[in-house]
Design a binder for this molecule. Structure first.
Ligand code: ATP
Length: 252
C-alpha cells in the first residue's frame, strides 16, 4: 500500500500511439494502458525487451512527449496543467547522449545550467561540484566530439544533476560502456541517491544494474506491464534465482 503523500508519480491508463509513414501509415501502439505508482525517494527500474515502450514512457514522464490517453500526476500535480512548475524539479539523462559537437564540456554545462535558471556563482559551484563527482573536471575544455563514450555518458549525468532534481530519469545510463566504467557510474548513482534521496526512474538492459540499484521493478513488454515488485518479490513469485531468469520467464 502506498499512501498519496508518499507518491512521486501516479499513472493511470496511459496510452501512446505512433504513426509511421505518410501514405497508409503504420500505427504503433507503444503504450497500452499503463497503470503505475512510483514512491517518493525510491529507485524504480523499467525492464523489458527492445521496443517494449520503456523510453516512450520515460519521455512522457519527463514531459518530452505528450500521451494520447491517460492521466499522470507528478508530486500530486496533473502534468498537463503544471508542466512548467514541474520542469524545474526533474531532469533526464539519456544513454547515447548527443550534445552540440563543437561545444566544450564547460560550454555545454554552462548552457544547460542557464536553461535551468542557474546563474553566476551558483552555476559555477554546481558545475564544479558535479564535474568533481563524475570525474570530468580534466575535460572541461575538451570539445564534445573529442570525448570517449564513457566521458560523454558522465557529462550527460553531470548535466542531469545541475538543477539537483527531485525526480531523475535515467534512460540506459551505462549503455555500451566497459564494465569498470559502468560500475563506476552505478556507484555514483547510488551515492547521489543516498545523499539527497531523489526519486530515480531507470531503464536498463543490464540485469546486474537492476540488481544493484532497483528497489522496485516493472517489467514491460509490447507496451504493457507484465509484472511489478521488488527484485526479491519477483524472484520468489517466479521461482527464479536471479532477475535474468525472471526476465526470460516473462518475455517467453
Ligand atoms: P529499447 O530497449 O530498444 O530502447 P524501448 O523499450 O525503449 O526499446 P521504445 O523506444 O519506447 O522501446 O519504443 C516502443 C515502440 O514505439 C517501438 O515499436 C518503437 O519502434 C516505437 N517508437 C518509439 N518512438 C517512435 C517514434 N518517434 N516514431 C515511431 N515509432 C516510435
Amino acid at each position: 500500500m502506498i499512501w498519496n503523500n508518499q507518491v512521486a508519480i501516479e499513472i493511470e491508463n496511459l496510452h501512446k500511439i505512433f504513426k509511421r509513414g505518410l501514405f497508409r501509415p503504420q500505427v504503433i501502439h507503444a503504450l497500452k494502458g499503463i497503470n503505475l505508482k512510483i514512491k517518493k525517494g525510491e529507485i524504480f527500474c523499467l525492464l523489458g525487451p527492445n521496443g517494449a515502450g520503456k523510453t516512450t514512457l520515460l519521455n512522457i514522464l519527463s514531459l518530452l512527449l505528450y500521451p494520447d490517453k491517460g492521466k499522470i500526476k507528478i508530486f500530486n500535480q496533473d502534468i498537463s496543467k503544471k508542466e512548467n512548475f514541474l520542469k524545474a524539479r526533474l531532469n533526464l539523462c539519456s544513454g547515447n547522449p548527443n550534445f552540440p559537437w563543437t561545444l566544450t564540456v564547460y560550454e555545454i554545462l554552462n548552457f544547460y545550467g542557464k536553461l535551468y535558471g542557474l546563474r553566476g556563482k551558483k552555476l559555477k559551484k554546481r558545475i564544479a561540484k558535479y564535474c568533481e563527482l563524475l570525474e570530468i573536471k580534466n575535460f572541461l575544455n575538451r570539445r564534445f566530439e573529442e570525448l570517449s563514450t564513457g566521458t560523454k555518458q558522465r557529462l550527460a549525468l553531470a548535466k542531469s544533476l545541475l538543477n539537483e532534481p527531485e525526480l531523475l530519469f535515467l534512460d540506459e545510463p551505462t549503455a555500451g560502456l566497459d564494465p569498470d566504467i559502468a560500475l563506476k557510474i552505478r556507484n555514483i548513482i547510488k551515492k547521489i541517491h543516498s545523499e539527497k534521496k531523489p526519486t530515480i526512474i531507470l531503464t536498463t538492459h543490464y540485469m546486474a544494474e537492476a540488481e544493484m540499484l532497483a528497489e522496485r521493478i516493472a517489467f514491460i513488454k509490447d507496451g504493457e506491464i507484465l509484472a511489478e515488485g521488488t527484485p526479491q518479490g519477483l524472484k520468489e513469485k517466479l521461482s527464479a534465482n536471479n532477475l535474468e531468469e525472471v526476465f526470460l520467464e516473462l518475455v517467453k
